[in-house]
Write a protein that binds this ligand. Structure first.
Ligand code: FES
Length: 129
């Protein structure tokens, strides 16, 4: 239930963005403009938004936003050359799809909703705090 509600909210936020730059209250900080999708051409993991809490992943034609915070105690993850993720705090690992491959983390990494706006920018919805 929560998933569909948050998707509805996200779509209305995206609609607000499409309506114009003044239509979104940027102080909410829930939607991040991750820049032009053209900057995510090659396959792989992009970590330029790691400090804001997500990785952008180009997987074929799909662009995904995966949480950059470990599901154990929220340490920031490090993207590995094989596209998996490693937590430096207690050693949890996650596969390229965010599934736990070693604990102590027990929960997979969440994916965040994304849309492309009419300017060709990737918008990522982050969860509220
Ligand atoms: S915070 Fe990542 S393994 Fe503990």
């Amino acid at each position: 239930m929560n998933g569909s509600m948050s998707r509805r909210q996200f779509l209305s936020l995206a609609a607000a963005i499409l309506a114009g730059p003044n239509a979104l209250d940027a102080s909410t900080g829930r939607v991040v403009d991750a820049g032009p999708v053209s900057t995510y051409g090659p396959e792989g993991v992009y970590d330029r938004f790691r400090d804001q809490g997500f990785f952008v992943i180009r997987n074929g034609k799909r662009l995904l936003a995966l949480s950059a915070f470990c599901t154990h105690r929220k340490c920031k993850l490090a993207a590995q050359p094989d596209r998996s993720f490693y937590c430096p705090c207690h050693g949890s690992t996650f596969d390229p799809n965010g599934k736990v491959t070693a604990g102590p983390a027990k929960r997979d990494l969440p994916l965040f909703p994304v849309v492309v706006n009419e300017s060709g920018h990737l918008l990522v919805e982050l969860p509220g705090r």
